[in-house]
Ligand binder design. Structure first.
Ligand code: GLY
Length: 400
């Protein structure tokens, strides 16, 4: 239901304190507020973070990897929720999210790429997913800007896209309309008693107490002071550099690109995501460089070189923006969702390559957990407890 956004007064002692106002924190807050809980979000810049960088592919099928079949179930569950989720969010706010049911074409440039893509296609079929093998000529018929060297591809009509910046803006607005309070400051320290989480101290000196605290700080989730080592999530930053170009308006001969195009070039995944408003997102590097978010000449060069091999016309386009962000990587590339062994502390982090895709299902399962105490089925394989036995003993034995 649309209404006028009213800034919510900070709840002095909310039911739920969400640390982190990225997509995951915002959707958790929105869904929890929708279930009648008083929610406060802590973030110096809500709606910022990885949402400002991510391309927004909803690529459950084309971003499938061997050994990640359990994660596939969660990814598919979230992808299936997207149309209703977007409709509800757009209806609640009157804002558009840039959701586009455009499908994806994964292509191969040489014989090695083709063999690799054939394997992926076979895996997709074994998993019962919709994916159609095309010749190079059939790929170019769909997307005439593709290079003549394209050798074949897999057409996946179910992998769509959304604009993560618009999604973040809409979620922020929806939160405000739902009465979520915001503290525009950084969470400094988790407050705990001997056996439970009590809230957090913020950089501006505020102390917030809450019955339940959700840690949704993306790649920073493991670094919050005061986190007992045995519940600190094993997430690490994985840098991604991304370019934004401007495409010419579509003519009667068609659009520059009409769907997301992906490839593996020189062993690295490359994608071009065309938005309806003319933006073309080209990503992404994958770099294990700690907290570094520098956009490098080498990163931009590699993305443009590989994109040019795939779609030669890209180098004619205006380059509008370059940016780097940090994916919250986890040891098994899957998120950590649910309660920790510290009462009152829940995790919603470690979404790695699928944060945008997993936004709807994360909001839903966290809201259910926060209201009933039970983690619903789709999230059960992703509880933080799966890493408990692999923690170094010294860490496990540190006192709270
Ligand atoms: N899911 C796209 C990326 O992580 O680069």
């Amino acid at each position: 239901m649309r209404g006028t956004a009213i800034p919510a007064a900070a709840h002095p002692s909310p039911d739920v304190l969400v640390l982190g106002g990225g997509l995951i924190g915002l959707v958790t807050a929105w869904r929890a507020a929708g279930r009648g809980l008083a929610v406060t979000v802590v973030d110096p810049e809500p709606g910022g973070g990885a949402a400002r960088v991510a391309a927004g592919m909803l690529a459950a099928v084309t971003e499938l990897h061997y050994g990640e079949e359990t994660l596939l179930e969660l990814n598919l569950a979230s992808a299936a929720r997207y149309p209703d989720f977007v409709a509800e969010l757009e209806d609640a706010t009157g804002l558009e999210t840039g959701y586009r049911a455009c499908g994806t074409l994964a292509v191969a440039l040489d014989a090695d790429d083709r063999a690799h893509l054939r394997e992926l296609h076979a895996l997709q079929q074994r998993c019962g997913l919709e994916s159609q093998w095309l010749t190079g000529r059939e790929c170019r018929r769909l997307e005439p800007m593709l290079a003549p060297s394209v050798r074949g591809g897999a057409r996946v009509d179910g992998d769509h896209q959304i604009d993560p910046r618009r999604l973040a803006t809409a979620l922020l607005d929806a939160c405000e309309r739902a009465g979520v309070a915001f503290h525009r400051s950084r969470a400094l320290r988790l407050l705990t008693s001997r056996d439970r989480a009590l809230g957090a101290t913020l950089e501006d000196g505020t102390e917030l107490h809450a019955g339940q605290t959700v840690l949704a700080l993306g790649s920073h989730s493991g670094t919050l002071e005061g986190l007992p080592p045995e519940v600190a999530p094993p997430v690490r930053p994985v840098k991604g550099q991304v370019l934004r170009l401007r495409m010419p308006p579509a003519t009667r001969h068609g659009a520059f690109l009409s769907r997301t195009v992906r490839a593996v070039v020189r062993g690295g995944p490359l994608y071009l995501v065309p938005r309806e408003d003319g933006e073309l997102v080209v990503g992404a590097t994958s770099e294990e460089l700690g907290w570094d978010t520098t956009v490098t000449a080498g990163g931009v060069y590699e993305l443009l070189r590989d994109a040019h091999e795939l779609v030669p016309g890209v180098t004619e386009l205006p380059l509008a923006e370059t940016r780097a962000g940090l994916r919250p990587g986890s040891p098994d590339n899957a998120p950590l969702l649910g309660p920790t062994t510290l009462a009152g502390l829940h995790l919603a982090t470690g979404h790695y390559r699928h944060g945008v895709l997993l936004t709807p299902v994360t909001g839903e399962v966290l809201a259910e957990l926060l209201t009933t105490g039970a983690l619903p089925e789709p999230a059960r394989p992703f509880t933080p407890q799966r890493f408990a036995s692999s923690r170094p003993r010294a860490l496990q034995e540190q006192p709270v």
